[in-house]
Design a protein around this ligand. Structure first.
Ligand code: GLY
Length: 302
């Protein structure tokens, strides 16, 4: 039997002017939900989905309810679930009408012969596969709506691609008792993004990656930087020589060597259950379970 393990992240960003206790409680709750799935012997795939659903439901994080709004004031969400058993994935991008994009990514993986659905077709697939559809406005948090109104009243769009004042994409990686490994990544993208813009999160190898022989990774931050360097695949490849923390840092260092201040972060789990994280931002809330199932949290990787 393998050592079950899970680590989650609530997004690389500045995390200025946030209630850190509430943020750490949010990631703690997600890791605890994932750990409970692992403890009862269910799969890593189910564990990372369960953890991510908690983060999608928490308006403090840029995924599900609480997603950053695009320039037209809409929520457009992306998600990726990866399965290390056979190196498979399910992904969705630009979805507007599902409460849990990560669950739709699981249905793409487990219930279709395809890998990736976008936009209206992805929302329609959700309905076909039995997911309830919601109005887009139901996904808009009060705080994101106020930010959107302020920007437009002042005719001042947020500048740059970054998450400089805020939060980021969420994700989870896990190993289950059977030694299978999975990653989940879910996002509302970047603040004030152009309609139709998609970042790294649903891109296999960029936003997430899993290989039972090595481990898994989930990335967060500015997708235009992350996807050019397949940050998650780079971190998993580095596990061949390093522990989880070393692999996360090695992948990030490689990115930083090519892009100054990439505004990115990554979490990693190794096949032996070792976990690690690295980020180039001021903060990246994380939570992980130790071998006894105790949940630990931090706003920054040490
Ligand atoms: N990492 C999320 C995005 O760039 O969309």
């Amino acid at each position: 039997m393998a050592r079950p393990s899970i680590i989650v992240h609530g997004g690389a960003g500045a995390w200025l002017n946030f209630d850190e206790a509430a943020v750490q409680n949010g990631v703690r709750e997600a890791a605890a939900a994932g750990w409970e799935v692992l403890r009862r012997g269910a799969s890593a795939l189910e564990a990372v989905e369960a953890a991510t659903i908690i983060l999608e439901d928490n308006p403090l994080f840029d995924a599900g309810i609480g997603s950053f709004l695009n320039e037209q004031g809409e929520v457009e969400m992306d998600a990726l679930l990866t399965d290390g058993r056979e190196i498979r994935f399910g992904a969705v991008a630009g979805v507007k009408r599902v409460r849990h994009p990560i669950t739709l990514a699981r249905l793409v993986l487990t219930r279709t012969e395809n890998c990736f659905f976008v936009g209206e077709g992805a929302d329609a697939l959700a309905a076909q596969l039995g997911m309830p559809l919601v109005a887009n406005v139901e996904m808009i948090s009060e705080s994101e709506w106020q930010l959107f109104r302020q920007r437009h009243e002042r005719m001042q769009p947020r500048t740059g691609l970054g998450t400089a004042t805020g939060t980021g994409t969420v994700g989870a990686v896990a190993v289950d008792l059977a030694g299978h490994i999975a990653s989940a990544t879910s996002t509302g993208g970047t603040p004030d993004k152009k309609k139709g813009r998609v970042g790294d999160s649903p891109i296999f190898g960029a936003g997430g990656y899993a290989d039972d022989q090595l481990g898994a990774a989930s990335a967060t931050g500015v997708g235009e930087n992350i996807m050019r360097f397949f940050l998650s695949k780079a971190a998993v490849d580095a596990l061949a020589q390093q522990d989880a923390r070393g692999a996360a840092q090695a992948a990030l260092t490689f990115l930083e060597a090519r892009i100054p201040n990439p505004e990115a972060g990554v979490i990693v789990v190794k096949a032996n259950g070792d976990v690690g994280a690295a980020h180039s931002t001021n903060a990246m809330p994380i939570a992980w379970a130790d071998a006894d199932g105790n949940i630990h949290t931090a706003m920054r990787s040490g």
